[in-house]
Design a protein around this ligand. Structure first.
Ligand code: M6R
Length: 361
C-alpha cells in the first residue's frame, strides 16, 4: 500500500503532481473557475481564515493572495487562540476553515463560534464526510486522496490550490482582475504539476544535503512574503519528524533577535525565488554568512547566478510564476524534512507524541 516507497510520507510527497492536477481539473475548467455560485466575495468586508498546524500555514500563504489579488482584508489565526479570543466578526464577512481531517477539535470549535455571526462559513477539507465539512455552509474538497503520514504534505499543496482559486474568484468578484489576467493565473496554476515533477527530481541533491543537516542541533528557515509562511512550514515539518529544533522566521526579522543564534553549526535554509523581494532576502542571507552561518539557498537559476557566492549549498529549482511559488517550494521543504528524518532513523510516518488527527484540544 506504500506503492514501493519506504514510507507513506515519501509516497505522498511524490503523489503531489498527480493529485494537484486532479484538483486543478476540478477547480479550473475551460469556462473558468469551478466554485459554487453563491460564494460571492463582492460585498464581503473581511475574510477570517482559521486552522491549526500545517493547515494554518496554508491560510498564512493565502492571506498574501487574498490581499494582493482581491484587495480584501484578511485575518488569520490558529484555532486554539481564535476560539477563546471571542473576536468580533462583521456580519458581512466570510470565515474559512482549513483542515485535512476535518475533525480537529479546535478548528471545529472555532467554526461553531462563527455560525450565525458571519455571512458564510466555508470548509476547505480533505475528508468530505468530516464534521467540519458537514457543519460549514460550503464545503470545498481539496481532493488530495487519503493522507496517512502524520506529517501533512500533499494536503498542504492541495489546500493551497483551493485557496488560490478562491483568491482568484474573490479578485474577479471585486473587479480587481480582468479575464486575461485570470486566464494567465489559471495557466500558472495549471503549470504547477509539471514543475513539481522537476522539483521532485532534486531528490538526490536534497538527500545529500539532508545527511549533513541531520547532524545539526538547530536549523533556521528564512523567507519573505509568501515564502515566510513556507519557512514556518519547513521548520514545523523538520521538527515534527526529525526532532531537530527548527524555527522559521521572516527574513527581515532576523536582525531583531534571531541573528544572535547564528554560528557555524546552525544551518540556515533560505527559500528565495528570484522575485521582487529577492534582493532583500539575499541581503539578510549575507548578514547570516558574514557571521559564519552555513546557508542552504533554495532558488532558481536567475537567483543562484547572482547570489551563490559563499553559500554552503544551493538547490536549483525550476522557474515558477512568482505568486504560486509556495506550492513548488513546499517540495524541497518536505524532502529536506523527510531525508533528514530518515538519516536520523526516526519513525517518519508515526513520529513520537503526535496523532494524525487531533480530536481533543
Ligand atoms: O487535520 P488538520 O489539517 O486539521 O490538522 C491540523 C494539524 O494538526 C496538522 O496540520 C499538523 O500540524 C501536521 N502534523 C503537520 O504536518
Amino acid at each position: 500500500e506504500k506503492g514501493g516507497y519506504k514510507h507513506f510520507m515519501a509516497k505522498e510527497i511524490a503523489e503531489q503532481p498527480v493529485v494537484l492536477a486532479d484538483a486543478s481539473r476540478h477547480y479550473l475548467s475551460e469556462d473558468g473557475l469551478n466554485l459554487p455560485e453563491d460564494l460571492d466575495f463582492s460585498k464581503i468586508s473581511r475574510l477570517t481564515l482559521v486552522a491549526c498546524g500545517t493547515a494554518f500555514y496554508a491560510c498564512s500563504v493565502a492571506k498574501y493572495w487574498f490581499e494582493q489579488l482581491a484587495r480584501i482584508p484578511v485575518e488569520i489565526d490558529v484555532a486554539s487562540e481564535f476560539r477563546y479570543r471571542e473576536p468580533p466578526l462583521p456580519e458581512d464577512s466570510y470565515a474559512i476553515f482549513v483542515s485535512q481531517s476535518g475533525e480537529t477539535a479546535d478548528t471545529l470549535a472555532a467554526l461553531r463560534y462563527c455560525h450565525e455571526k458571519v455571512a458564510k462559513t466555508v470548509a476547505v477539507v480533505n475528508v468530505p464526510t468530516s464534521s467540519i465539512a458537514r457543519e460549514c455552509d460550503v464545503a470545498l474538497p481539496i481532493l488530495a486522496g487519503v493522507e496517512v503520514g502524520v506529517a501533512s504534505t500533499k494536503a498542504f499543496t492541495c489546500q493551497l490550490l483551493v485557496l488560490a482559486t478562491l483568491a482568484l474568484k474573490a479578485a474577479r468578484d471585486r473587479g480587481h482582475m480582468s479575464e486575461a489576467e485570470l486566464a494567465r493565473h489559471m495557466d500558472a496554476l495549471q503549470s504547477l504539476p509539471a514543475l513539481m515533477n522537476h522539483a521532485l527530481a532534486l531528490d538526490d541533491t536534497l538527500n545529500e544535503v539532508s545527511n549533513e543537516l541531520s547532524e545539526a542541533r538547530d536549523v533556521l528557515f528564512l523567507g519573505r512574503g509568501a515564502m515566510y509562511p513556507l519557512a514556518l512550514e519547513g521548520a514545523l515539518k523538520l521538527k515534527e519528524i526529525s526532532y531537530i529544533h527548527a524555527e522559521g522566521y521572516a527574513s527581515g526579522e532576523l536582525k531583531h533577535g534571531p541573528i544572535a543564534l547564528i554560528d557555524s553549526h546552525t544551518p540556515v535554509i533560505v527559500f528565495a525565488p528570484h522575485d521582487a523581494l529577492f534582493d532583500k532576502t539575499v541581503s539578510n542571507m549575507q548578514e547570516v554568512m558574514a557571521r559564519g552561518g552555513k546557508v542552504l539557498l533554495v532558488s532558481d537559476k536567475k537567483g543562484l547566478d547572482v547570489a551563490s557566492d559563499g553559500v554552503w549549498q544551493t538547490v536549483q529549482m525550476p522557474e515558477v510564476p512568482d505568486l504560486f511559488a509556495p506550492l513548488l517550494y513546499a517540495i524541497p521543504a518536505q524532502l529536506i524534512a523527510y531525508h533528514t528524518a530518515v538519516a536520523k532513523g526516526t519513525d517518519v510516518d508515526q513520529p513520537r507524541n503526535l496523532a494524525k488527527s487531533v480530536t481533543v484540544e
